[in-house]
Design a protein around this ligand. Structure first.
Ligand code: F6P
Length: 546
């Protein structure tokens, strides 16, 4: 997407310099870049906060990095970072500060918002969550009929679901195995029906997770959950107090729903939904893994926050990855980023990143409302390796599109089994190598490959990737990875000059759905949409009758 007239960003000398520089790199192959610099693989790497990042397999040279760092300076990335940590209302369209970093600040740290330190309040909620989690995990918290809780059902959507699901799956190894944690997000009744399939209401705790406590899907599922529970526990409404807790910023709506504020864990409007898995929204995670592991995850996030805030940009993991992402998108023409964790426990990490990255940076105007004029938020997608290799990697290796990849691997498996882990990691290294260096026609001919097959079997290579290596998937390691991507998003949003923290793009569809809902069941309501929507609704009216 490009607007015809040059925008403020495109007019920057730093942007123009990168544009002028791009053809040089486009004409060079990674094979050449490595051949002319034997130390490249060691030089273009960074070891910080327990993460080793190899970014040498990107189509960059020292000039590219220098120019990208100038772009960061020219676009005020430093000032934006400082403004966020100072608690300024950098989410200008909603008039809100952006302080998810305060959620993982250690006790005793000081982060001000409107002159008041927010850190004590954060720890007060964490302590309450910990007390509650211990009671549920230890069996002291009993259901209405006196049974201990065995099933936890988190009801939420978007940031109130994706982070908790991802973290639960990622940290399952650390979870209390006799507590079964399930998630309901979709308004599709199947999601709820399957989540409560075969479980005993008397042993079930529902967590209603919603920042606003108004979200259609979540409130619909929450009401169905209450009906489901009460119909199984004899209809006594006082059962709600033992089987429902709420995670929200909206105390009024929570008590209107019937959940006492004693059973509510709050957070603040300076926590964006997609940045909230480490707030009270993480209660399901804490119930699963326990308060100590949850705090270790927060500590990992905090370590990354401090690194982001303090490390010079040329040695700053999120800044470097963010800038290289801009290079790939805006100067080499990539439209997506594949995130490929070679760790089964991270199977929901790409889905989690989709909201984090695309709801944050899927914008077309700058903070002042003017068009950005260049492509913004790339499409994030991915699956754990090695499964993806037997599915979509064909396109990444030999297709016509450039798909930069982030490989994520660990030194040790949490489930050592024969040589599985070496096999897994061999594939990480092999994929990065194959993407970068490919296989030439001459190499194939030297192997005796029939001429007709040479074009089919050759790999042009020159396809960029980052490789992230960590020691083991601990709660702290997960925290570091999450905060790393949060800050990559921030860095890129700052360069593009957009607001990473609003999401107006989800509103129109929500409003139209509200208008359509009453039209579906009543064939007498005249339809006043376009001819396509009118016909579809008409068809549905017939179909729903069966
Ligand atoms: O889809 C829009 C959105 O507002 C997300 O940003 C948010 O994470 C999700 O809905 C859920 O919102 P809530 O936690 O308020 O229910």
């Amino acid at each position: 997407m490009t607007d015809s007239s040059s925008t403020a960003l495109q007019a920057l000398p730093a942007w123009k310099a990168l544009q002028a520089h791009a053809p040089k790199l486009q004409a060079q192959h990674l094979r050449e870049l490595f051949a002319t610099d034997p130390q490249r693989g060691e030089r273009l790497a960074l070891d910080a906060v327990g993460i080793y990042l190899d970014y040498s397999k990107n189509r960059i040279n020292d000039d590219t990095l220098r120019l990208l760092l100038s772009l960061a300076e020219a676009t005020g990335v430093r000032e934006r970072i400082d403004a966020m940590f100072r608690g300024e209302r950098i989410n200008t369209t909603e008039g809100r500060a952006v302080l998810h970093v305060a959620l993982r600040a250690p006790r005793g740290a000081k982060i001000l918002f409107d002159g008041a330190d927010v850190v004590p309040g954060v720890h007060e909620v964490l302590d309450r969550m910990a007390g509650f989690a211990e009671r549920v995990r230890g069996g002291a918290w009993l259901g209405h009929g006196g049974k201990r809780i065995r099933h936890i059902v988190n009801i939420g959507i978007g940031g109130s679901d994706l982070g908790p699901v991802m973290a639960y799956e990622a940290l399952r190894h650390y979870s209390q195995r006799d507590l079964d944690v399930r998630f309901v997000s979709n308004v599709d009744g199947t999601d709820f029906a399957e989540a409560v399939q075969g479980i005993d209401a008397a042993e079930t705790l529902f967590i209603i997770a919603s920042k606003t406590f108004t979200t259609l899907e979540t409130m619909t599922n929450a009401h169905s959950a209450r009906d489901w529970l009460l119909s199984r526990l004899g209809g006594d409404a006082s059962a709600v107090a033992k089987h429902f807790v709420a995670l929200s910023t909206n105390a009024e709506a929570v008590s209107k729903f019937g959940i006492a504020t004693d059973n509510m864990f709050g957070f603040w409007d300076w926590v964006g939904g997609r940045y909230s898995m480490d707030s009270a929204i993480g209660l399901s995670t804490m119930l699963a893994i326990g308060p100590e592991h949850f705090r270790a995850m927060l500590d990992g996030m905090h370590q990354m926050d401090e690194h982001f805030r303090l490390a010079p940009f040329e040695r700053n993991l999120p800044v470097l990855m963010g800038l290289i992402g801009i290079w790939n998108s805006n100067f080499l023409g990539a439209h997506s980023v594949a995130v490929l964790p070679y760790e089964q426990y991270l199977k929901r990490f790409p889905a989690y990143l989709q909201q984090l990255t695309m709801e944050s940076n899927g914008k077309r105007v700058r903070l002042d409302g003017a068009p950005i004029g260049v492509d913004t938020g790339p499409i994030y997608w991915g699956e754990p390796g090695t499964n993806g290799q037997h599915s979509f990697y064909q396109l990444i290796h030999q297709g016509t599109r450039l798909v930069p990849c982030d490989f994520i691997g660990f030194g040790r498996s949490l489930n050592p089994l024969g040589d599985h882990h070496d096999q897994l990691m061999a594939n990480v290294f092999a994929q990065g190598e194959a993407l970068a260096f490919g296989k030439t026609a001459d190499e194939l001919r030297a192997e005796g490959v029939a001429e007709a097959l040479v074009p089919h079997k050759s790999f042009e290579g020159n396809r960029p990737s980052n490789t992230l290596l960590l020691d083991e998937l601990t709660p702290a390691a997960l925290g570091k990875l999450v905060a790393l991507y949060e800050h990559i998003v921030f860095t890129q949003g700052a360069v593009w000059g957009l607001n990473c923290f609003d999401q107006w793009g989800v509103e129109l569809g929500k409003a139209l759905a509200q208008r359509i809902i009453p039209e579906l069941g009543d064939a007498n309501v005249a339809l006043k949409h376009d001819s396509s929507t009118n016909t579809l609704i008409g068809r549905y009216r017939q179909l729903r009758r069966g």
